[in-house]
Design a protein around this ligand. Structure first.
Ligand code: ADP
Ligand code: MG
Length: 364
């Protein structure tokens, strides 16, 4: 078991990288705490698998170091790193039984037979594979094969970390839910570092205590699901997390006032003069639609019932945004008023959150 430190890690698959555009992974600095349940979340192609493969030793980074506790393992092969990795698609030995597959990582490391049997039985029980233990892996379906892969990752009690690379991709939706709960429970039982890669925010937010969000080869924010939701450090995080995601709208900011589509809005914080592209972020949950009253005049394009709430798609002088429709609210025509909770407005400069200063007497 170990704390894993990524120190100025960068990787290019090109032999002679020229600029940032040639890097699959731009500079990443991160510490994975021993025993943490992490999700590595980001869209396809942002560098998640590259990062995972560098941690496990399948890929040697172009620059930077990886430390397990204080030991530099950057040049060590996978076998010397004590890492278990579960891939997107099943990795099983078809000619072996389920039992032999699960026992393999232990047998391979010379664990005594008397210890292998109970451990295999335990993991098979967790994965609901007990009745299949003596069947040949080749006779099983994709779901069961991926469960064997998970089991092979989980079976070694001595690993520094278990890395899961979108392991539930091939699993049917119902079983997905079950396996995710199982992984979470297992994390609670064993004091193991788990890094779970996914492009699916629901998977990330339900599995992890800490979510590391990646975008375009870099880490843009690390935080609890709550922090990512309430304080997106980057417009990408605001937009990527939440359904629908945060509204990100071009604006002008002067002191504690913003001008949005020609309308003035009072902000809860005071901002310095901002350079670059200035944007205002507000989650649909904090932008509320009313038939009349104070706020910004908008046109309703449509209202969707998404189960737990109703979300309106509205237009503010050509700007499109999503807003919440309070229970019981009804609208005659397509005109309505939009109220933004000033304490929930975030201001961004070139994509990055600008903190600003609390106004005297305002919320911190
Ligand atoms: P993710 O897992 O987030 O989808 P990857 O780490 O697989 O992202 O890929 C990051 C970038 O690196 C992508 O642009 C991808 O095309 C590129 N890439 C990944 N693997 C290789 C490889 N073996 N050779 C060259 N380019 C690669
Ligand atoms: Mg990948």
């Amino acid at each position: 078991m170990a704390r894993i430190t990524l120190d100025k890690l960068a990787h290019s698959y090109k032999p002679d990288p020229q600029g940032p555009q040639d890097y699959a992974l731009r500079e990443v600095d991160h510490v994975w705490r021993q025993g943490g349940a992490y999700a590595l979340l980001g869209p396809s192609g942002c560098g998640k698998t590259t990062l995972l493969n560098i941690i496990s030793g399948l890929v040697v980074p172009t620059r930077g170091r990886i430390l397990f506790d204080d030991k530099d393992v950057t040049q060590l092969p996978t076998e010397a790193r004590n890492i278990a990795q579960v891939f997107q698609f099943p990795v099983v030995y078809d000619t072996m039984t389920v039992r032999e597959n699960l026992a393999f990582p232990l047998k391979n490391r010379g664990v005594p037979k008397a210890q292998i049997e109970p451990r295999v039985a335990e993991i098979a029980g967790l994965l609901d594979l007990t009745s299949a233990l003596d069947r040949k892996a080749s006779r099983l379906g994709a779901d069961a094969k991926q469960k064997i892969s998970l089991g092979r990752g989980l079976v070694r009690p001595d690993v520094a970390a278990i890395l899961f690379d979108e392991p539930l991709t091939v699993i049917d939706p119902h079983l997905k839910w079950q396996l995710r709960s199982m992984l979470k429970e297992l994390h609670r039982k064993l004091d193991l570092t788990m890094i779970y890669v996914t492009h699916d925010q629901t998977e990330a937010l339900t599995f992890a205590d800490t979510v590391v969000v990646m975008h375009d080869g870099g880490v843009v924010q690390t935080g609890t699901p709550e922090e990512l939701f309430q304080h997106p450090a980057h417009t990408f995080v605001g937009h990527f997390i939440g359904s629908p995601g945060m509204n990100v709208l071009p604006c002008k900011v002067e002191g504690a006032r913003a001008s949005l589509a020609g309308q003035e809005i009072a902000l809860a914080r005071h901002y310095p003069a901002l350079a670059g592209k200035v944007e205002l972020g507000i989650r649909p949950e904090y932008a509320t639609l009313a038939p009349r009253g104070a706020g910004l005049p908008v046109r309703i394009a449509r209202i969707d019932d998404i189960g737990r709430a109703r979300i309106a798609r509205v237009e503010l002088d050509g700007l499109k945004l999503a807003a919440s429709v309070p229970e019981g609210a009804s609208f005659d025509g397509d005109q309505a008023m939009l109220a933004l909770q000033s304490g929930q407005i975030h201001i961004y400069s070139d994509g990055h959150l600008v903190k600003g200063q609390a106004l005297p007497g305002g919320q911190p």
